[in-house]
Design a protein. Sequence first.
Length: 493
Amino acid sequence: MITVIGLGVKEGDLTKAGEEAILKTAASGGKILVRTAQTPSYGGVKALNVPHETLDYVYKKSRTFQTLNKNLADEVLKYRENAAYLVDGSASEDNSVKELLRRAGKKNVRIINGVSKTAAIADLAAFSTCSYQSVAASEAQETALAEGLGAPLIVYDIDGADLAADVKLLLSRRFGEESEVLFIRLNGEEGKRAKKIRLFELDRQKTYDCRCAVAVEKTELLKKKRFTVYDVFTILRRLRRPEDGCPWDKVQTSESIRMNVVEEAYELLDAINLKDDDKIREETGDLLMQVAFHSVLKEEQGAFDFTDVVTELCEKLITRHTHVFGGDAATDAESALKVWDKNKMIEKSQDTFSKSVCDVPKCFPALMQAQKVAKRVERGGWDKPTFEGAKAALEEELAELKAETEKYAAGQGDKKKVAEELGDALFCMATLSRAVGADGEEALLDTVKKVQRRYTAYESAVLADNKDVNALTKEERDAYYAKVKAEEKTKGV
């Protein structure tokens, strides 16, 4: 049996149960291992005057915190039959103990906790609330990615300038580098254990050891320099408050703001096309606001909340990526999409391809709908389009369109029939876009922009020659247009 004992923060913190366990291990000939002698709480071990070994040498041979915890666990497991492993602080918050539990199993490890380091740090920080988040400096990045970091916050075990720099960068992204924080030394002089610094100064302190920490107090909304998605909801709920909210925001419904989603999505698309990161950031935020607004509106109705939205999204990402999280295989992007579509049909109970074909959103632009349908009928057994096949189909539809147009012009046809044949030809163009591997919607938008750009240059050239754009001969128009194209080519447009 391995007994893990927390030594607390300073000499005198060792509990009676911990002391008895150490003495019992020594009396039975067991091995007593101390994680480090570089803490004040080690004095409690020396006072017992029992044979023991410190593991400070393990730190020197460990290149990362992950290997450190593994190497410490390795040393303790050598004496798994009868050993006491002594760590500073509370045993449960020590990462090497977590590694030991993972490898030895909870049945084979007994834990006797001591005074918590984070509790002692929180006392010095004097947070405005009783609850706070705490994380070891070595795990801060992983925690930030997986769960997020929120204030009040303690980051402990900042035992070096390099680690302090990593923590500084991480917290600066979250709270702002000018934020005021407390730098704490648990082994510092009385009255000098905590000092206020700016976050950018975190890696500029004179010395560091495993008793160093930083504490971040919760900041009022209007004084924050950096925000999270949950602040968006706080602001929206405030704007929606019946008694003193915003007169416009209070009266909105999902129906009244539904078109804003489309507008913001297109503005984001435009920013992406412009490759303008500042606009992409702004428009991404505007689109997020629409998601948050609809979530708040439905939360008020009791339909669902943002956590439900995120939960469904995460479940979808997992269940549709069975080639990553399950037993399916995908070796390239195309096979990955096939797995996605298969799982999507299962999820939506689409037991026939017809249901999938008819499930294309009706609010999509017509060309986008056509491409989606063309893609889904192909998966439902229709031929995969080739350039020659799509070209032949388009030529056939254009011939039919020409015939119907001539009949209508002669007073013998039907305008609806002309429109039908035009639709057939346009659908063939959507199929052609699939055959050549291009997105027809994007290609058409790019061409619209090209026409706008070229006409603007064309008109400018005509006006520069003091001519009327509507009084040119065909030869003159062609000459100006050829000039515009040549200038574009020279500029590499």
